[in-house]
Design a protein around this ligand. Structure first.
Ligand SMILES: [Zn+2]
Length: 296
């Protein structure tokens, strides 16, 4: 009987979450895929609900940090990866967490990632511009980008960012967002935990969980991801990245093709063979951020 009890308690220990030790986690947080976001009203300083959704974004990041800590993570870097890059209410984050803010940055939504991290978590992510489903589906710039491909595959921001993490050998372990966004990231990148916080009906409509219920799903999936962190593979491309970018307007494409390394493949698209994902990221950041009239 004593042996049986011992075996039973051992089995319980083995199946309940076994705390991982000293993991370092990178969190990239966007807003379109937050619980409740359906239009621009939640997404920028001119929207009537923006302040409330800065709080919801902050709550979702804090819930991720808490759940990851419970499962054994000890170090965090958080990227404020939406709009002006100044959305998170940073005074509400734990004091041992660092935050990457504002733009431009060479690695965009992944700035600060390196080989020392054990896993990446995406919060509030959205579907790509080539996805016909998904709230606020776009890639990098809804005003200017109509398609982004890596080695012939349409990529969302999630897949693009997973490839940057993959360059450093770091896997994406969890993504939160609407159903279309989570499905798209997992389809291209592979196995990870997915926290679905809303179900889309169109570009500006979804049925959403309440913020409290969204936090529960995020906590649960974060814990599950850390518990089986050894299952996830870094997203590594076959060969050097070939970037194909399609823009809404004609003239940027015409001018980019003046550069010897850039090939114009049709009226609105360019192709760039990058050396690696760092180069690919810096190229895209440059193309989408540069203007000769930038000040100062
Ligand atoms: Zn965003």
């Amino acid at each position: 009987m004593r042996t049986l009890l011992f075996l039973l308690s051992f089995a319980t220990l083995a199946t309940s979450s076994v705390a991982q030790d000293g993991l370092k986690i990178y969190i990239s947080a966007d807003m379109e895929g937050l619980t409740g976001v359906v239009t621009g009203e939640q997404l920028g300083p001119s929207g009537f609900e923006y302040d409330r959704f800065r709080q919801i974004m902050t709550d979702e990041v804090n819930a991720t940090i808490e759940a990851a800590r419970e499962a054994g993570a000890t170090e965090f870097l958080v990227s404020d990866s939406h709009g002006n890059g100044q959305n998170l209410l940073i005074e509400q984050l734990p004091e041992d967490v660092m935050i990457v803010r504002s733009w431009p940055r060479e690695l965009g939504m992944m700035h600060g990632i390196d080989e020392s991290f054990d896993g990446v978590i995406f919060i509030g992510y959205h579907a790509s511009t080539s996805n016909s489903a998904g709230v606020r589906a776009h890639t990098k710039s809804s005003a200017n980008v109509t398609d982004l491909q890596l080695n012939g595959v349409h990529v969302s921001e999630g897949a693009w960012n997973a490839a940057i993490a993959g360059h450093f050998g770091v896997p994406v372990i969890m993504v939160s967002g609407g159903d279309a966004a989570v499905e798209e990231v997992m389809r291209v990148v592979g196995d990870m935990e997915g926290a679905v916080v809303k179900f889309n009906h169109g570009f500006h409509s979804a049925t959403t969980l309440t913020p409290a219920a969204g936090l529960k799903v995020i906590r649960k999936k974060t814990r599950a991801a850390i518990d089986r962190i050894d299952d996830f593979e870094p997203f590594v491309l076959d060969g050097p990245p070939v970037v194909r970018l399609s823009l809404k307007h004609y003239q940027p494409v015409e001018l980019l093709a003046y550069l010897r390394d850039v090939e114009r493949v049709d009226s609105h698209s360019i192709r760039y063979e990058a050396g690696d994902m760092i180069d690919a990221s810096m190229f895209i950041q440059f193309v989408l951020s540069y203007s000769v009239s930038i000040t100062p």
